[in-house]
Design a protein around this ligand. Structure first.
Ligand code: AMP
Length: 286
């Protein structure tokens, strides 16, 4: 497995692959890899000749009071997992390699897609995401790039970006991988104490509750959000950041569900902010 640490090395690697006529799938990550990330790698492996995984804790997508410094960095273990998963190349640059002195360019997806959900709660977050992902797509020449439904708003924003800018990469969304308990796998679960980990089950439980009611025929967005919020508020360690329901992938306000809709929550469990979501009105799918 190739370990690439500079943008130039990634670009050269991609060019050498392209020269042989092979296709490239990219899986962008921030590392601290778990089975959710590895499900993306597996899907990528099935869809392209070569798989590149980036492991980069991107400073541009963290706010000043967020967890950039504390974010888990476990590169050796990550590299071993990726090698075992049959990945061809890992891109693991230092922040200064991605944003050298004089760096001055940002990509901003404007409007409704970034004004709500995590975009409203984390100003500048999607500017950082769009910028780093576009740079990764350009450097890697990826034919396909894989992202998790866990960050569904991210997928909506990136699909808008590549459509608007004429980037040829196909963005593929893979389902959320969960523990048997229902807890969505997340690198940030490492921050949770044992009690908090138990409390965190309330996220998936609340979404499941709303899903079950939806399945009985309840289509009103307000009611489904209320059911989710009531379930979340039963957990004393949980503090709701948002409970929202929008059309997906356009993220437009809806009163009733008649097409795919995203029911998304962000919840503080102690100091740790966790997100989870469910798509109603359509089977979540690649
Ligand atoms: P991160 O390292 O948290 O930036 O995540 C890298 C990619 O893995 C993103 O596309 C995430 O949506 C995806 N991902 C994170 N957690 C999960 C999960 N539990 N299931 C599926 N994909 C995930």
């Amino acid at each position: 497995m190739n370990i690439l640490t500079t943008p130039k090395a990634l670009q050269d690697y991609a060019k050498s692959v392209k020269r042989t006529g092979e296709t490239i799938a990219l899986v962008p990550t921030m590392g601290a890899l778990h089975a959710g990330h590895l499900s993306l790698v597996e899907a990528a492996r099935k869809s392209a000749d070569r798989v590149i995984v980036s492991v980069f804790v991107n400073p541009m997508q963290f706010g000043p009071n967020e967890d950039f410094a504390a974010y888990p960095r476990t590169f050796e273990a990550d590299a071993a997992k990726l090698e075992a998963a049959g990945v061809d190349a890992v891109f693991h640059p230092a922040p200064e390699a991605m944003y050298p002195a004089g760096y001055a360019t940002c990509v901003e997806v404007t409007g409704a897609l970034t004004a709500k959900l995590c975009g409203a709660k984390r100003p500048g977050h999607f500017r950082g995401v769009a910028t780093v992902v576009l740079k990764l797509l350009l450097l890697s020449g990826a034919d396909k790039a894989f992202f998790g439904q866990k960050d569904a708003q991210q997928v909506a924003v990136l699909r808008r970006m590549i459509a608007d800018l004429g980037v040829a990469t196909e963005i593929i969304m893979a389902p959320i991988v969960r523990e048997a308990s229902g807890l969505a796998l997340s690198s940030r679960n490492a921050y949770l104490s044992p009690d908090e980990r138990t409390a965190a089950l309330v996220l998936s439980k609340s979404l499941q509750e709303a899903h079950d009611v939806y399945e009985t025929g309840e289509k009103r967005a307000k009611v489904l959000k209320e059911i989710t919020a009531v379930e979340l508020s039963k957990e004393p360690l949980a503090k709701i950041d948002y409970v929202e329901l929008y059309s997906f992938p356009d993220l437009e306000e809806i009163e009733r569900i008649h097409a795919p809709a995203l029911l998304a929550v962000a919840v503080y469990i102690g100091k740790t902010r966790l997100i989870d979501n469910i798509i109603l009105g359509e089977e979540p799918c690649c």
